[in-house]
Design a protein around this ligand. Structure first.
Ligand SMILES: Nc1ncnc2c1ncn2[C@@H]1O[C@H](COP(=O)(O)OP(=O)(O)O)[C@@H](O)[C@H]1O
Ligand SMILES: O=C(O)C1=C[C@@H](OP(=O)(O)O)[C@@H](O)[C@H](O)C1
Ligand SMILES: [Mg+2]
Length: 166
């Protein structure tokens, strides 16, 4: 199962819980990139620039999809690559979503995201206008994460994918 959606929506948090619930392994392409390159994502953006990060990301996603049968969280911008969208076709992809106010709140609580470092509200709107159709296009199901704890988001994912034990 693959989780996509914008920065801060909870892909990493929910992915880990979902994997535990399914007794499956969890993997996160952002973490793979950090482990391989030996530095945080914010530093890769500063030192090598976003195009280089996107190339590392395409490779990390390709490898994870080939190697990893469990739950996989992608970085928020991974679906910008057509090659990645093509690889996701026919896979159980879930689009986690939330609105602007919630996004600004959550991203502020967490590790720095270079793309929202300056004027987060305006940047968020711009990113989501571009990305919403891409997320929706690859997803088999859309799950709202607002007013839900990460555990409740897991319940909803299992429900919509009809994997829930009754
Ligand atoms: N359902 C939720 N409700 C409230 N806060 C959440 C929820 N899911 C995640 N968070 C918080 O939002 C922040 C971003 O979560 P994270 O899992 O890193 O998102 P992503 O991987 O999508 O960028 C973290 O501080 C996390 O604790
Ligand atoms: O949306 C994006 O372009 C990005 C999302 C981040 O991952 P999360 O979605 O896990 O925050 C990380 O890959 C990088 O900062 C770029
Ligand atoms: Mg993440």
């Amino acid at each position: 199962m693959i989780l996509v959606g914008p920065m801060g929506v909870g892909k990493s948090t929910v992915g880990e819980l979902l994997a535990a619930r399914l007794g499956a392994a969890f993997r996160d392409t952002d973490k793979d990139i950090v482990d391989t390159s030996g530095k945080p994502i914010s530093e890769i953006f500063i030192d090598e620039g976003e195009p280089h990060f996107r190339a590392l990301e395409r490779e990390a996603v390709r490898r994870a999809l080939a190697e990893h049968p469990g739950v996989l969280a992608l970085g928020g911008g991974a679906i910008l690559a057509e090659e990645t969208r093509e690889l996701l076709r026919c896979l159980p992809v879930v689009f986690l979503e939330m609105g602007l106010t919630e996004a600004v709140k959550r991203v502020g609580l967490d590790a720095p995201r270079p793309l929202l470092a300056v004027n987060p509200r305006q940047q968020w709107r711009k990113l989501m206008d571009e990305r919403r159709p891409l997320y929706a296009g690859v997803a088999r199901a859309v799950v709202s994460t607002e007013h839900r704890t990460p555990d409740e988001v897991v319940d909803e994912i299992l429900e919509v994918l009809e994997l829930k034990q009754s």
